[in-house]
Ligand binder design. Sequence first.
Ligand code: FAD
Ligand code: DHB
Length: 395
Amino acid sequence: MTPGARARTQIVIVGAGPAGLLLGQLLHNEGIDAIILERRSADYVRGRIRAGVLEQGTVDVLARAGVATRLESEGLVHEGFEICFRGRRHRIPLKTLVGKTVTVYGQTEVTRDLMEARVACGAETIYEADDVELHDLDGSSPWVSYRHAGVAREIACDFIAGCDGHHGVSRRSIPADALKTQERIYPFGWLGVLADVPPPWHELIYANSERGFALASMRSPTRVRCYVQCALDDPIGNWSDARFWDEFRRRIGAGPGDQIGAPASIEKSVAALRSFVVEPMRYGGLFLAGDAAHIVPPTGAKGLNLAVSDVFYLHEALRDFYRERSQRPLDEYSARCLRRIRKAERFSWWMTRQLHHFPDDPQSARMQERALEHLFDSDVAQASLAENYVGLPLV
Ligand code: FAD
Ligand code: DHB
């Protein structure tokens, strides 16, 4: 590195997942400069298949950021979903119960829309940035070093946003004794398959069967996304398409199971299930957002939605700092996010607990039976589930 060659920006964002890209867009709209450093290539980021369900609050923030044109025309608005318990299907009518809906629109599409908006506004994203390291986090002039195409580089900034997911460098750069961590690892994963066939179901079906959990979801009128709970020591290579669809059919029930048949998969992957939260979400000039600070098991469909609420709060705090030199929103950022995160963690735990087979807990099946029968019989319990599923407003 030649002395004096250090670049400068207001905010360095580490990670170009949905959290980092959306934060970049919200800041750009406020006239705040940011550079995004991403470890992977743009194609890799674009190709990652993950979430599918967006809360209305998330849709509103994406619209506010100016990146919802395609979402508004192609997103599938869902007024309810179903829970299937040992073959008995029960609908949770979200719209009737709480007057709100969710939108099915893939994280891949959200990412694509954000990447295109970032290119269109000329903001800088450095893909394939290796060895990102964060420096002087507790001083007034944080800076970041990295390597790009083999060349060492540095960027000085006012603040760093750690949007680099669970395995990123940001959280690891904070001294361990400055963070309180809570973690729970579940003894199973989700095996997900994507296939190009029209979904035979109109709404999502979450199934608790004697063989374990299954989820019938979708991405578009011509593409399904389905999951089955799987053992973590059962390698993905053992899961042929035929085995996947056979297991899915046994769990989801003969109606939708027979209708889907056994289409060829275009993607297949396993995700481990965990709950994880650190607090506070700030250390000096570093602010954590999204999966870098917390993970929820996917059953409640909350991870991407929480990443969006974090960066919405962070952009507001940074905006107020630059407009009014006000430190207060920055000081309140962590507590503001954590109120929402705790609620989502509790809900995701509840959904996971009621719908999966817990191999290490012989009591769990009886407990689930009681909880789900109560849910099916109680409008109050269903309204509470619906309220949690649709989430809180943001804007
Ligand atoms: P990420 O998407 O993980 O992005 C982090 C980025 O940082 C990545 O691009 C990574 O390459 C980059 N990075 C990492 N380390 C470095 C480094 N050292 N230097 C530079 N860059 C780095 N959520 C929902 O809301 N609804 C759902 O329906 C839903 N379904 C899900 C289903 C599954 C199977 C899974 C696995 C997750 C699901 N989620 C869902 C969760 C959601 O996908 C995540 O919460 C979301 O991706 C978090 O976004 P993020 O930007 O914080 O992190
Ligand atoms: C999807 C993922 C989820 O975690 C969920 O709860 C609902 C849908 C999906 O990928 O479509």
